[in-house]
Design a protein around this ligand. Structure first.
Ligand code: NDP
Length: 268
């Protein structure tokens, strides 16, 4: 039997989720039909309700609807609760909707794949938007030694650190040293820009990770290399990782293997 899934967003035509989920399905011998659904602020709830009425087994939610999906969910995973955002909807037997946020696990899966040791590590997060907030619960669950957050607008980093007391907001770079892992959770790379990051701070890190992914290394990755960071990665693996966690939840299986899927969808 073929199971139905969809991703809802705006825009959504570019989404690679259908391809990624088909590649996971091949690993398990599952049959699925995964579609893209365009919605508007006004139609989001109606589109979701219609899909589940038609028997869809799961729905992914991408920008700009993750907060609306959070409101719509009748139950929420701890990560979704903490992030106040949902990217995975799962119908419950009682007729409700479980909302999960798999972005953080996606990042953790990818960092694991890249052999990045998070336990005890000093992590610097650049950015304090939805992606940073969504990733923090799962990141903190890996027991890092410290997590520092900086943001162009300081007040948002302070608010994030209030939400996650294990994090420390920093605005004065002289307070920052000994960073092991830098995670760029800003959208700056989408615009060919990069967040502030002193060369001295970057040079000490063993990994610089940009959540944005592109056909070529991002400006942030290029800068990190110039500063002497040992290894850099973009967010394609996080994208596949968050999909893997959604897949695991929907199908109640082990985490799908992500390395081959990343290689299959990475542009030559
Ligand atoms: P938001 O709009 O919620 O936040 C954007 C963040 O980027 C803010 O912290 C903002 O700072 C900062 N920012 C934007 N432009 C600049 C700039 N030029 N210089 C410095 N900081 C800047 O977006 P999200 O948090 O939801 O997403 C951030 C990025 O993460 C997106 O590009 C998205 O593609 C990526 N992402 C990737 C995923 C993956 O699976 N790989 C999953 C989720 C997100 P300020 O507050 O000062 O405006």
């Amino acid at each position: 039997m073929t199971s139905l899934f969809a991703v809802i967003g705006n825009p959504v035509a570019h989404s690679r989720s259908p391809t990624i989920h088909q590649l996971f399905a091949q690993q398990f011998g599952h049959r699925l039909d995964y579609r893209r659904k365009l919605a508007t602020d006004g139609s989001f709830r109606r589109v979701v309700a219609e899909l589940f009425r038609c028997g869809f087994k799961g729905v992914n939610v991408t920008a700009p609807f993750k907060q609306q999906a959070y409101q719509l969910a009748t139950h929420r995973s701890p990560a979704a609760q903490s992030a106040k955002a949902v990217n995975t909807l799962i119908p419950t037997e009682a007729g409700g909707l479980l909302g999960a946020n798999t972005d953080g696990m996606g990042l953790v899966y990818d960092l694991r794949r890249l052999n990045v040791q998070l336990a005890g590590a000093k992590v610097l997060i650049l950015g304090a938007g939805g992606a940073a907030q969504g990733a923090l619960p799962d990141l903190l669950a890996q027991n890092p030694g410290a997590v520092l957050v900086t943001n162009r607008d300081d007040s948002k980093a302070v608010a994030l650190a209030q939400h996650f007391p294990q994090c420390q907001a920093v605005s004065d770079w002289s307070q920052v040293d000994g960073i092991d892992v830098i995670i760029n959770a800003t959208s700056a790379s989408l615009f060919g820009q990069r967040p502030e990051l002193p060369e001295r701070v970057a040079a000490e890190a063993s990994m610089a990770y940009d959540m944005v992914y592109a056909d070529r290394p991002t400006v942030f990755m290029e800068y990190a290399w110039q500063c002497g960071v040992e290894r850099c990665a973009d967010g394609l693996g996080m994208l596949v990782g968050q999909a893997a966690e959604s897949y695991r939840l929907w199908w109640n299986v082990q985490q799908p293997e992500i390395e081959t899927v990343i290689r299959a969808i990475r542009p030559a």
